[in-house]
Design a protein around this ligand. Structure first.
Ligand code: RUQ
Ligand code: CUA
Length: 683
């Protein structure tokens, strides 16, 4: 579609616009905001702007639909992955304004994340693999905590594909609270996806990891020679259900469990509600078990993994797995209870259904009745009926088993429909009218279709009803509160990999592109392009902003956002002090400091070279936005201290000299004076 070029359409629009504005004003209708008592000149003014800027009808409409004046709040908040930036982006919708970048897997100076601030250093180390400090993350799938399967706006989760980790983020302060490395898993792709009441966050592996029988996978320890035979016998995927504590924001491995999976390269995973309550679904891409080997005379991974006509949709009864764990039918491996593959296959945890080869995406309709898979290589989406799946399992109607003994259902027994789409269908999202949307990577479209009952009760179920061009190569799409029982309709955002031609060129590496689309009417309408200057925008979730209750300050003063309690290191103004003492035979200089516009107290800190320096910083301010930040020159140390917060920075004073420290937030007219000295006396 693109831009409407016809002059007649513009002229018509302009005359309609000016007539409407004049008529509205004449009737005394001001609408309170746009039109003032001087409406006729304003109408003329708008027409002039439109003419001067040579805008078309669709441009002006789009601008009026998306412009959110300063001081007005966006209706939705998008929690988006930051791709291989390792972070999470928070974006207002429909304004498409970037509100925050949340540091998660990668150090981020602005938030004092990973630069000597003890609580953030602890997170990065805890989330590492015991071999080295991991400061890279490839964030893929964000999730929002749920109550009765609805997004409740309390917590967010994000997975790291590269290192098989998930993180929790509080939606009170929009800060990362926990990172956990999934045991026995090397890469992650399925999920994060919360169970209906966020008892667990589900996340599955992508590429299988080598497992030692009974011992699983330990980074840096496990070695199994990579051969086809070993791949089949010893490599394994996982479906993980990681217990989450809503109070503390922490994951608890001791209450978590995982299910051992064949090395089929599992893809996206979702957890159901309603008729699919207790079930999780994930697809797979390499039931061929091909490992590649181009230089060894074998087909590439790409070719070898696309041979079979069908791969397997994994159907997981996670409540049954939970029960088996309670009965002790698990093996404890590397800190998690693992339900072995043969147990999962025999005891009703794991089933397969054929899915057209090399599928992608796995999404659940609002009713919880349908599971929708993108064809990727086949131009169709396949829709499975959960009632049919449950019925076939109940009646033991299987076509047989796979090579690991997992029961395989018949495609015809569980299929609800297949809908033809543009080329390369990947991910599905839904609206409030029983319609589904699918991103088509190769066709560069988003296609719209109808579901079946109870989601859609009209006379054209399972039918494609529309499409809109996308710029370009769309991966995920995101509609408002989709993948929950009550999507809100209104907007769809296409998360596009390439932005060729859409913006001013900024070198060979192009920004990626979010496109905002209005889905409230019968026809989809493109509203806005938003370049993403960091990482690949992978997937996002949108939530009504009215569901969020973010804190404005930390309270009471001395609050520690790591423990959600008052810090034992919090002090009041006047209690500042420096103490030097020995800890395990090492000298430690411990500083209790306050921050308030525009003083850091103490402003001179004298230490001896080699001391471990620990500075507890309390921002004693209680007003919104009175953030101070503490950075030490030449020492790579930085903490952001929000109003009311107590945090600690720690570093070894290994270099002698006199070093300035100062507040890095432009907090007051005397912000430049908010500084002091660290003197490191040579030993
Ligand atoms: S998967 S672009 Cu990493 Cu979300 Cu389909
Ligand atoms: Cu505090 Cu600048």
């Amino acid at each position: 579609m693109g831009v409407v070029k016809s002059n007649s359409s513009r002229r018509k629009f302009l005359s309609v616009l000016s007539a409407g504005l004049v008529a509205g004003a004449a009737a005394g209708f001001t609408g309170g905001r746009l039109l003032t008592p001087t409406a006729p000149p304003l109408g003329k003014e708008l027409v002039e702007i439109i003419e001067q800027r040579k805008l078309e009808l669709i441009h002006a409409r789009a601008a009026l639909k998306t412009y959110v004046p300063g001081g007005w709040k966006d209706e939705f908040l998008m929690i988006s992955s930051g791709g291989h930036s390792g972070q999470v982006l928070v974006i207002g919708v429909p304004s498409m304004r970037l509100l925050k970048v949340i540091a998660v897997f990668t150090p981020e100076p602005w938030q004092g994340y990973g630069y000597g601030d003890v609580k953030t250093m602890k997170l990065l180390y805890k989330g590492s693999n015991g071999i080295r400090l991991l400061t890279l993350g490839d964030t893929h799938h964000p999730e929002i905590s749920r109550t009765n399967a609805e997004y409740d706006g309390e917590w967010a989760f994000i997975g790291d594909k590269l290192n098989a980790r998930i993180a929790s983020i509080s939606l009170r302060d929009f800060e990362t609270k926990d990172i956990v490395k999934l045991p026995n898993t090397q890469t992650q792709h399925g999920g994060a996806c919360a169970t209906p009441n966020t008892e667990y966050v589900a996340c599955g592996s992508q590429f299988p990891a080598p497992w030692e029988p009974g011992k699983g996978y330990k980074p840096g320890k496990t070695y199994i020679k990579l051969t086809e035979k070993n791949f089949e016998e010893f490599f394994r995927g996982t479906a993980n259900f990681i217990a989450f504590d809503r109070k503390t924001g922490r994951f608890d491995l001791s209450r978590s469990f995982q299910i051992e999976l064949p090395p089929y390269m599992q893809d996206l995973e979702v957890v159901g509600w309603g008729p699919s309550d207790g079930w999780a679904f994930m697809n797979s891409i390499n039931t061929e078990l091909h490992i590649g080997g181009v230089l060894e005379g074998k087909p590439s991974l790409e070719v070898g993994a696309s041979k079979n006509d069908f791969d397997y949709l994994h159907i997981i009864n996670w409540k049954r797995a939970e029960e088996l764990v309670r009965q002790g039918k698990y093996v404890e491996m590397n800190g998690i209870k693992a339900v072995p593959l043969d147990v999962a296959a025999k005891e009703g945890v794991l089933f397969f259904a054929p899915e057209p080869k090399s599928p992608h995406g796995c999404d659940i309709s609002p009713s919880g009745r349908y599971v929708v898979i993108g064809g990727k290589l086949a131009p169709a989406v396949t829709i499975y009926d959960v009632e049919k799946i449950k019925d076939a399992i109940r009646n033991q109607r299987f076509a047989g088993t796979d090579r690991y003994g997992v029961p395989v259902l018949r495609f015809e027994d569980v299929k609800a429909a297949q809908i033809e789409t543009s080329l390369g269908p990947l991910h599905n999202e839904f609206d409030d009218k029983g319609r589904g949307y699918v991103s088509c990577f190769i066709g560069n479209t988003v296609d719209q279709y109808t579901l079946g009952p109870p989601d859609y009760t009209g006379d054209k179920p399972f039918t494609k009803i529309g499409e809109i061009p996308i710029h370009y190569n769309v991966g995920h799409i995101c509609t408002t509160e989709s993948n929950s029982p009550s999507p809100k309709g209104k907007y769809l955002i296409a998360l596009n990999k390439w932005s060729v031609d859409r913006f001013v060129d900024v070198g060979p590496l192009l920004p990626q592109n979010f496109q905002l689309i209005d889905i409230s009417g019968d026809k989809m309408e493109l509203l806005y392009d938003m370049p993403i200057g960091i990482g690949e925008p992978h997937y996002a979730k949108m939530i009504l902003t009215t569901k969020l209750k973010p804190w404005e300050v930390y309270s009471p003063v001395g609050f520690d956002p790591e423990t959600f309690e008052v810090s034992p290191y919090a002090i009041k103004k006047g209690q500042e002090r420096i103490e030097r003492k020995q800890e395990n035979g090492k000298w430690v200089t411990e500083v209790y400091a306050t921050l308030i516009r525009s003083t850091i107290t103490p402003d001179i800190i004298r230490v001896k070279q080699g001391d471990l320096v620990r500075i507890h910083l309390t921002n004693v301010e209680t007003t919104k936005d009175a953030t101070h930040a503490f950075a030490v020159s030449e020492y790579n140390v930085m903490a952001s201290v929000e109003p009311g917060e107590t945090t600690t920075v720690e570093f070894v004073a290994d270099v002698s000299g006199v070093f300035c420290f100062y507040c890095v937030e432009f907090c007051s007219p005397l912000h430049l004076e908010m500084a002091g000295w660290l003197e490191v006396e040579p030993d």
